[in-house]
Design a protein. Sequence first.
Length: 634
Amino acid sequence: MKKHTLSALLSGVAFLAPPSFALAQTAAPAKLDEIVVTAQKRSENVQQVPVSMTVVRTDQLTTAGVHNFQDLSNVAPSLTVTGGGTGQNSSVLMRGIGAQSFSYLTEPDVAIIIDEVPVASQAQAFSNLSDVAQIEILRGPQTTLFGKSASAGLVNITTQNPSNVLTGRIAASGTDDGEETFDATVSGPISDTLSYRLTGSLDDFRGNQKNIATGHWLNGENVYNLRGKLHWTPTSKLTVDLGASYSNAWGSLGIPFAPVYVPPGATLFGVSAATAFAGLNVNRGNSSEKNDLDSTMNYAIGQGSLKITYDAGPVTLISITGNSDYDTNSLNDFDGTAANVVGLATSGALTGSQYQYFSENTRQVSQELRAVSGPGSFRYVAGLWYAKKTDYYNTIRGPFYASNRAYANYVANDSSKQYAAYGQSEWDFAPKFTLVTGVRYGVETVSFGLTNRAKGYVMSGSHTQGSPTGKVSLEYRPVPNINLFASYTRGYKGETYDLSSSLTPAVAALGPVKAENSNNYEIGAKTQFFDRRLTLNLTAFSADYYNFQAQTILPTFGAGFILANVGQVQTRGVELDGSWRATRALTFTFGSAYLNAIIKNFPDGQCYYTQTVAQGCVTTALGSFTNLAGKTLP
């Protein structure tokens, strides 16, 4: 039986400063504000863009209680966000589609862009959303304009720009469970042509879970963020925007076991649960754990951008140079207890602990050159794109309970180079009709090296592939405030290698995991009624992803996780977004989504424990397999 998911939200009720009594008696309720987006790499009214999207601005973020990236699920029902200490245990899914993999080289399906620069690691987005002006959440493949990491969608974050008058803001808060926050902003002019903006924030949380073995709080975090911007207009035609940001965090995050119920005779990795959890008050109110050492996670994020814009008359020329760095390391008590349940690992002061250590260093530089036409019946945007990304990883994990994965001790590195050219046009070929066409062609080279220090493996590989993608949509506007559209987009995510502890010479010899392609069809209506006081946007979609890249267990390669192409998956559904300006002082924002994401074809799936032949588990000389067609995606 297929499973379906229905999600809905009321993202907030925003109370604005009330007008005077006299004005309230004579003035009609105000219209909803016009929302300008850059979803097609040019500034446009969101109601004129044939893309299913949610736009959240500063006041809505505050009203809906959105403080960090994970909270965006509260305002965008099609978006599922799970945060973790590293890119490998963080995931962003759009319409049920997203990368969930231990492989370091795997690209995300949902791209994240901050001030027009893509992040080097998806985990970079999981920081404080301080001083944000607007967030655009685009659903469905956005590969044509934004590249291969946007095969399921895009989150486009824009921070506040410098102001021409001196402004400032200071805010602080605290809670009775040990969380304190502080942020401050100052902005203003330096001269007639130069202005600045500086923002800093601090979030300190002691944690909500106690490690009784050490007496320390866990699941806490201390994060500070700094951001600066300069806006320079030396001439009326030339503007220069320089931005830089830095974030640093320390957290007591890990893989804890806080048992609330242990049945009689239960075991953990073959050891009695009573022994593993000795000393814990196991009940449904338990929020404590017992580990040899406190799990920790640290990261540092740096990002910089230089945007040069020149108004050449009929066309605007734009250059965007980006640099993004991400460094992280984490230490976990791997078995999740203070008992020696899976053997000993020794490393200096950690003697006797079952631990896991991980570090990641990621660097990315990018350059985009863009030409944007002015208004008219035929409008276009065209550009060239280059990016180089390099990564270095170091992983140490003590004895493991699966016999074929006895020890993980390896270093790895990878790199990717991308070159692409793209273009998209909008043609008003009739008074009420607009045709949108776009195409992108990219070439990427991915390479890797991995040394497994425990088993003596030394492996490397490299591959180059080209990728054409595109889109076409037709818009019809029967009246000014109604825009009906139908579209087809071709998505793409590039080849990759399974750069994890599961990589063996036999797996590496098979070459890279195949590229993922998708076909997405949408029909939608963007409407406004009652003199622009009510906005209702409705979209129905169906998308098929071929050679979907996913982490799974293939019996042919043993019991360990492996990155593989799992055949075909499909996501279908309906999405609704809206806003209602009920009065001059009261606005409702709402949204809902009905999603059905299933596996269409995966004959080599893993049998579940105790699954029989009658239940679909087939045993061959290579192992036991089951066809997962019709099953719901995670």
